[in-house]
Design a protein around this ligand. Sequence first.
Ligand SMILES: Cc1cc2nc3c(=O)[nH]c(=O)nc-3n(C[C@H](O)[C@H](O)[C@H](O)COP(=O)(O)O)c2cc1C
Length: 325
Amino acid sequence: MKTRITELFGIEHPIIQGGMHHVGYAELAAAVANAGGLGIITALTQPSPEALAEEIRRCREMTDKPFGVNLTFLPSVKQPDYPGYIEAIIRGGVKAVETAGNNPQKWLPILKENGIKVIHKCTAVRHALKAEAIGCDAVSVDGFECGGHPGEDDVPNFILLPRAAEELKIPFVASGGMADGRSLAAALALGAEGMNMGTRFIATQEAPVHENVKQAIVAASELDTRLVMRPLRNTERVMNNAAVERLLEKEKRLGASIKFEDIVEEVAGVYPRIMKTGEMDAGAWSCGMVAGLIHDIPTVQQLIDRIMAEAEGIIRERLTKMLNG
Ligand SMILES: Cc1cc2nc3c(=O)[nH]c(=O)nc-3n(C[C@H](O)[C@H](O)[C@H](O)COP(=O)(O)O)c2cc1C
């Protein structure tokens, strides 16, 4: 399949694996690249720019196809060493960067000077237009369904994607709630040039996370996610568990006076405990409503082949037959 996104990134299929904290390691990025999609290493999961450089080198050993790096710009007090991470990306010869969080404008000149294509992930049309205006090459439009941070507007993809198509000139991919060939065909119909998946890629053989995490996603339904940190305007969609219920109870009890310090136990530093050691109640971890559509743990190659075959089948047969009466 050829779209503006496959052309932009030099990939075979219009499927991107979004950056994921403590999931987006070289193993997953390389598996996605080898299967013809755009795999993404998550920079901030690496403790230092040197560690990111090493992760990029490991990924290169596992694939000769293009892959990217996610740079998440957090509103944190102690800023990570972004210049250092960017230098590791440039020196590592990476040609695709997925930015997310705050406006990436400050970092665009150096990325572009080094021939790096930038896809910015955003949850609102106004942010997508801003990304276009500052020179991003593409955007990933993340609907309310998505795992992770859906923003505060709560617009689901059936509205958000066609709205993005109405306004944008640069290509965009649909993100949030994407799982299979039906998602891809629908995303293309709504004006996207491909799709970005997070949660679906966690439930794959190659995702370097504890088996408990994969099983939890397979066991979950579309009713099993919750929105946390809404009162802090840092909303995150997470898998429900004992820690999340405790967190939501605190939010209810403390109301508008809640502070980050009140929920530190449920959210800070919990990712390694969940993703590495499989302690499923350790805290809040991002997960999309799409868990309800995930019923197995295939290899990444099987997953991507299946998505492409299913999307093609829908377009060539189901939809075309409807037209032919
Ligand atoms: C466990 C997990 C961790 C994530 N971590 C990040 C991250 O560090 N940076 C980022 O930009 N997006 C992150 N995301 C969001 C994904 O890249 C992607 O946009 C989102 O999962 C899409 O929604 P879906 O889960 O419905 O496919 C994360 C998602 C999950 C499920």
